[in-house]
Design a binder for this molecule. Sequence first.
Ligand SMILES: NC(=O)c1ccc[n+]([C@@H]2O[C@H](COP(=O)([O-])OP(=O)(O)OC[C@H]3O[C@@H](n4cnc5c(N)ncnc54)[C@H](OP(=O)(O)O)[C@@H]3O)[C@@H](O)[C@H]2O)c1
Length: 161
Amino acid sequence: MIIAAIVATDLNNAIGKNNQLLWHLPADLKFFKTTTMGCPIIMGRKTYESIGRLLPGRKNIIITRNKDLKIEGAVICSDLNSAIEACNDSEKVFIIGGAQIYRESIEVIDELYRTLVKSSFDADVFFPEIETTQFKKVWEECHEKDEKNPYDYCYEKYIKN
Ligand SMILES: NC(=O)c1ccc[n+]([C@@H]2O[C@H](COP(=O)([O-])OP(=O)(O)OC[C@H]3O[C@@H](n4cnc5c(N)ncnc54)[C@H](OP(=O)(O)O)[C@@H]3O)[C@@H](O)[C@H]2O)c1
């Protein structure tokens, strides 16, 4: 099974503030949907609350230490390992955040999809530094801002060296 992560960061690795995203970039939401569709997605409890709903067409796995948490339609796991084990029958699983879960999973991630938003934002959560020795960029597709997407951005794919 391939363990992938998908994230959107600004130029300083910022990913969120006050449990929300930092930007509204419809093109990236579409990229996220297309890339993850059909695969299980693993997220921290705060990211689930930030999204506010389960994402259709994907097995939603939520990590929490709260043993009483029940969310109809979601799989609840008490740690990252059991979340990954719950996907054993899949070819690929996506870690979709947030900062705590990215940090805890960075060592086991095989592939990383990163949307680089070419601007700087005030933030309270960050993606771990991508060690250039650890991940190698294998694909990039850049776009200029347009009437719907207010920042220049690049889609990037990295694989673990
Ligand atoms: N830009 C992006 O691509 C992107 C993607 C995702 C999220 N975000 C942003 O990231 C922020 C949320 O990230 P965050 O770091 O605050 O929270 P998070 O990683 O989404 O969730 C943290 C929660 O996960 C649970 N957890 C973490 N490690 C655990 C472990 N080892 N065992 C059991 N449970 C564990 C705990 O839940 P309990 O407290 O319930 O025990 C913890 O409070 C938001 O601002 C969101 O918008 C951005």
